[in-house]
Ligand binder design. Structure first.
Ligand SMILES: Cc1cc2nc3c(=O)[nH]c(=O)nc-3n(C[C@H](O)[C@H](O)[C@H](O)COP(=O)(O)OP(=O)(O)OC[C@H]3O[C@@H](n4cnc5c(N)ncnc54)[C@H](O)[C@@H]3O)c2cc1C
Length: 432
C-alpha cells in the first residue's frame, strides 16, 4: 500500500514504515485503537507486549498526523509548576504526575534503546530560552519550583545562554539536561513495527467512521470493514474528527510550521547549537530549533493553516525568525517547509477521558507530545488492563466541549500574526 505523504522533511530521512493493508473485512480483537501516531502506536506496543489482541486503525499512514511532522524535541516538563499541578489535580494524582514527568525523558530514551528503534535519538538537553524580562522571571520561578521537586534544571546566565545557543537573541535560559531530540516519524514507525512484532495488527488508510455498542462489545466500522472489540481507545489528538461526539471540541487545533535548511557547514555547526541541544523560546509564537541527523537546522514557530505553511505570512515569519535568532546563517538555503496541527487544551495539559465504559480517549498534548505521549500511552495500557484511576498520573475527566469552540477555532488563523506582533513589542519594550 502506498504511504500517504504529509510533506514534512522527516519523510526523506525516516526508517521504513511497516507494511499495513486497508481493513476490508469484519474482525475481532480485545482492543481497537483509532489513530496511528505516537500515542496510538506506543499504546499498541504496550498492550501487545501484555498479550492483548490489539488492532490499530489509522485513517492515513502511520505517523501521518502531528507525530510525523513534529519538531521532535523531547521537552520533559509542563508549563505549570508542581504546586499548580497538585492544586489542579489533587495532591495524590499531582504527585503521581510529577514523578512520572520527572522520569519521562529517560523513559523515552530507554524505550528507544530497549526496542532498538533507529530514530536518530540524541539526549543532548533542551535549552528553554527567554525572549524578554517577564519571561525570564517566569522561567526562574518554573525552574525553582521543579527543582524543589527533584528536577535538575540549570539556570544559564547571558554568557552561558549565548554559548549554548550560538544566538545573541537570548540573555537567559533554562537547561534541561534530560531533554533531547528524535526523528519523530522514525520513532512512530519504530513503535508501530515493534507493536506488530509483538502481535498487534495495524491497518492504514482505514478511517474509523463509527463506534457503536452492540451485543456487549464495541464495533468500530470503516468503509471496508469493522473491528469488534471489548474496548476502544481513541488517540486522534488534533486530527480528531466527529467519530466520538463532542471530542473534537475539547481542544484547539493550533498549527505549527517548520522548515529544514540544507545541511550546515562544519563552521556554522560550531557556532549554532554547538552541542546539538534543542532550543525553544518563550515567545507566544514560539521559535524552536534543533539539528536533524545530517545537521540540517530544523526551525519552527506557530502558523495559521496546517495545509499551507505560507498562509497569513507564515513562511515569511518563519524565515525572518530563523535569521533573527541565527543571523550567521546568511544565505543557507531552505530545503522544505511544512505544517501540522497541535492539539492544545485550555489548561495546556492533555486530557484522559472515559466517555463510556470500555472507551478511553487521550489527547491535547499542547506541544509536549514527544515526551508525554509515551507517558500517556503507559497510562492507557494500565487503565485498559484494569488499573484503577487511583494509580494513574492523569485524572479521568468528562468530555467537556470548549464554549464557543466553533467561533474560536474559525478565528485561530488570525492568532499567529497577532502573537508575533506582541512578541516583537515584548522584545522592544520589556527589558531583558
Ligand atoms: C510542526 C509540529 C511541531 C511539533 N513539535 C513538537 C516538539 O518539538 N516537541 C513536542 O513534544 N511536541 C511537538 N509537537 C506536538 C507532537 O508532535 C504531538 O503532541 C504528538 O505527535 C501527538 O501524537 P498523537 O499520536 O497523539 O497524535 P497524531 O500524531 O496527530 O496522530 C493522530 C492520528 O489519528 C489519525 N486519525 C484521526 N481521525 C481518525 C479516524 N477517524 N480514524 C482513523 N485514524 C484517525 C490521524 O490520521 C493521525 O495520524 C509538534 C507538532 C507539530 C505539528
Amino acid at each position: 500500500m502506498t504511504t500517504e505523504r504529509n510533506g514534512a522533511h522527516w519523510e526523506t530521512t525516516a526508517i521504513d514504515g511497516p507494511v499495513c493493508g486497508r481493513l476490508s473485512e469484519d474482525i475481532e480483537a480485545d482492543i481497537v485503537i483509532v489513530g496511528g501516531g505516537l500515542t496510538g502506536t506506543r499504546t499498541a506496543l504496550g498492550l501487545a507486549e501484555h498479550g492483548v489482541k490489539v488492532v490499530v486503525l489509522e485513517g492515513k499512514s502511520i505517523g501521518w498526523g502531528a507525530s510525523g511532522r513534529s519538531g521532535g524535541q523531547c521537552n520533559p516538563i509542563w508549563r505549570k509548576t508542581p504546586d499548580e499541578l497538585r492544586a489542579r489535580l489533587g495532591s495524590a494524582c499531582g504527585d503521581r504526575l510529577i514523578e512520572t514527568t520527572l522520569g519521562s525523558a529517560d523513559a523515552l530514551f530507554a524505550d528507544i534503546e530497549t526496542y532498538g528503534i533507529h530514530c536518530d535519538a540524541e539526549q543532548t538537553g533542551w535549552v528553554q530560552a527567554s525572549h524578554c524580562g517577564p519571561a525570564t522571571a517566569d522561567l526562574e520561578r518554573l525552574a525553582t519550583a521543579w527543582n524543589a521537586d527533584g528536577a535538575d534544571i540549570k539556570l544559564l546566565d547571558r554568557a552561558a545562554t549565548r554559548a549554548a545557543t550560538g544566538s545573541t537573541e537570548y540573555d537567559f535560559a533554562l537547561f534541561h539536561p534530560r531533554g533531547g531530540h528524535v526523528q519523530p516519524l522514525s520513532l512512530t514507525r519504530g513503535f508501530a513495527r515493534k507493536a506488530i512484532e509483538f502481535g498487534a495488527v495495524i491497518y492504514e488508510q482505514s478511517p474509523a467512521t463509527s463506534a457503536r455498542r452492540a451485543d456487549g462489545k464495541w464495533r468500530v466500522a470503516t468503509a471496508g470493514g469493522s473491528v469488534r472489540a471489548d474496548q476502544v481507545i481513541l488517540t486522534t489528538n488534533a486530527y480528531t474528527d466527529d467519530l466520538w461526539p463532542k471530542l473534537r471540541q475539547t481542544l484547539y487545533p493550533m498549527v505549527s510550521i517548520a522548515l529544514a535548511t540544507k545541511p550546515l557547514s562544519g563552521n556554522l555547526q560550531k557556532t549554532i547549537l554547538p552541542d546539538a541541544v534543542t532550543i525553544s523560546d518563550t515567545r507566544r509564537a514560539i521559535y524552536f530549533a534543533r539539528y536533524d541527523r545530517d545537521r540540517r537546522l530544523i526551525f519552527g514557530c506557530v502558523g495559521s493553516d496546517d495545509t499551507n505553511p505560507a498562509a497569513f505570512g507564515g513562511v515569511g515569519r518563519l524565515t525572518r525568525g530563523l535569521h533573527k535568532v541565527f543571523p550567521q546563517l546568511d544565505d543557507t538555503g531552505i530545503e522544505t517547509t511544512w505544517a501540522g496541527r497541535i492539539g492544545v487544551t485550555p489548561e495546556m495539559m492533555p486530557h484522559l477521558h472515559e466517555p463510556e465504559p470500555g472507551v478511553l480517549a487521550a489527547l491535547g498534548f499542547s506541544g509536549r507530545g514527544i515526551a508525554m505521549t509515551s507517558v500517556m500511552a503507559r497510562t492507557l495500557v494500565r487503565k485498559a488492563l484494569g488499573g484503577s484511576e487511583d494509580e494513574l498520573p492523569f485524572p479521568i475527566t468528562p468530555v467537556s466541549p470548549i464554549p464557543f469552540h466553533a467561533i474560536t477555532t474559525a478565528a485561530l488563523p488570525l492568532g499567529p500574526p497577532a502573537m508575533a506582533l506582541r512578541d516583537t513589542l515584548d522584545t522592544l519594550f520589556a527589558r531583558k
